[in-house]
Design a protein around this ligand. Structure first.
Ligand code: UDX
Length: 432
């Protein structure tokens, strides 16, 4: 397994757990040394125990030396990052670096499996590169990953489906065998061509992002016309063609996948001479949604925020992760600081990552009540469970003014009014 990020570490560990011999390769010496000592570089429920158990059993190894990982491998998975470049396209330099590392070491009948999210056409290019470097046809498979941060182990071990793209049935069979332990209870193993597998990953993420931008825009409209988006959500969700999932309005999607994948697929379309108007709108609506809470802050407190103290609950792009990549909270914090506010923040696990960027520009509350203390207003950016049931009386007295702007719709507006709070969510209405 090359790359010990989210995808690589979870995949490698779960394959070790199902009885395979796995060696994870990474160029980051510190990370590898840490992993060998049982230090997991990401916060992911259940992962630490799994890594430690399989490492202790000798099934899971970590190394920085390609010769210790590649020559013996039947399957070489690539799970390195494909970050967004300046032009929105995925940067594939790490991936092709891996291809070079692999080419000189791989055994004759090994399969190279690409787990990284890559633009359509990449598997074909990797196969061509391997042929150029080795002088023979090396088997290449596309195997996109659909795991969610915060539920990664569960998603991997109980996948909705496994997708592989190959050009040879024998390769499909090897991968099917590898995934069989996770495919109990009728979970489908779907085999297709390289391009279709590559496209599947993007289309899945882009459709989910589209649902979010759509409901966010509808929520903003609900607010203007006095409708309540939660009522509307219930009203539409019982239609089985629509359903309830991924239609929660909020402060915009963040994280390492949706923003990057939407832009990467736009670039893929552009490269074919086509413009994706839908994806452009999804991206634009999302950028705008990240500013909605700040607009609400200004509506409450005015344009100039010097002398004002604002509390922010939640920094991670979603709960149960310490990931702050493209997190809406950061967009809000930047605007608050620029307007001169004193900003007090709290997140159960992402605080250290935020501190690394903002240092002493922010005040870090040990408890979420600390971030609200003496605040003129409290913003909620992430729906951590610990924020869902606060002691409202305590909160009201701790704050300088009882004003909550909730970017995740945790509370009922009518109840909040009864509790004596000025409360606004995203698309909520006291009319119900
Ligand atoms: C996503 C995909 O779900 C996963 O299949 C893929 O492999 C990687 O990208 P992840 O980025 O971990 O996973 O997070 P996810 O739980 O999907 O949430 C993404 C963002 O959408 C978060 O910012 C979340 O707050 C937001 N979101 C999600 C909403 O705003 N509303 C919703 O209804 C659902």
């Amino acid at each position: 397994m090359i790359g010990t990020g989210y995808v690589g570490l979870v995949t490698g560990t779960c394959f070790a757990e199902s009885g395979n011999q796995v060696t994870c390769l990474d160029i980051d010496e510190e990370k590898v040394a840490g992993l060998n000592d049982g230090v997991i570089p990401i916060y992911e429920p259940g992962l630490t125990e799994l890594v430690k158990r399989n490492h202790a059993a000798g099934r899971l190894k970590f190394t920085t030396h390609p010769d210790g990982a590649i020559p013996d491998a039947k399957c070489v998975f690539i799970g390195v990052g494909t970050p967004q470049g300046d032009d929105g396209r995925a940067n594939l330099s790490a991936l092709f670096g891996c291809v070079e590392t692999i080419a000189s070491r791989i055994k004759e009948d090994a399969i190279v499996v690409i787990k990284s999210t890559v633009p359509v056409g990449t598997n074909r290019k990797v196969a061509a590169k391997l042929k150029e470097l080795t002088g023979r046809d090396v088997d290449v498979a596309s195997n996109p990953e659909f795991l969610k941060e915060g539920a990664a182990v569960d998603d991997f071990t109980k996948p909705d489906r496994v997708v592989v793209g190959t050009v040879r049935d024998e390769v499909t069979e090897v991968l099917h065998e590898l995934y069989r332990p996770f495919l109990r209870t009728e979970r489908p193993f779907l085999s297709m061509g390289w391009e279709s597998a590559e496209m599947t990953k993007y289309v899945a993420n882009c459709l989910l992002a589209t649902k979010i931008s759509f409901i966010n825009e509808m929520a903003n409209l609900c607010e203007r016309v006095g409708a309540d988006v939660n009522s509307v959500r219930r009203g539409i969700g019982h239609d089985q063609r629509i359903g309830f999932s991924f239609l929660f309005p909020g402060v915009g999607y963040g994280g390492s996948c949706f923003p990057k994948d939407v832009r990467a697929l736009m670039a893929v379309a552009e490269d074919t001479g086509m413009t994706s108007r839908i994806l452009a709108a999804v991206d634009e609506v999302n950028d705008a949604q990240k500013t909605v809470l700040f607009e609400k802050v200004k509506a409450q407190l005015g344009e100039k925020l010097s002398g004002k103290t604002i509390g922010v609950w939640g920094l991670a792009f979603k709960p149960r992760t310490d990931d702050i990549r493209e997190a809406p909270a950061l967009v809000l914090i930047d605007s608050l600081l620029k307007a001169g506010a004193t900003v007090q923040v709290h997140d159960p696990v992402a605080e250290a990552n935020v501190k690394a960027i903002y240092g002493d520009k922010l005040i870090y509350g040990e408890h979420h009540y600390d971030a609200a203390r003496d605040a003129d207003l409290l913003c909620i950016c992430t729906e951590w469970n610990e924020f869902r049931n606060p002691d409202f009386d305590y909160l009201k007295h701790a704050m300088a003014a009882p004003v909550i702007l909730d970017g995740r719709n945790l509370f009922d507006p009518a109840e909040m009014a009864e509790r004596g709070f000025t409360y606004e969510g995203i698309g909520l209405s006291a009319n119900g």
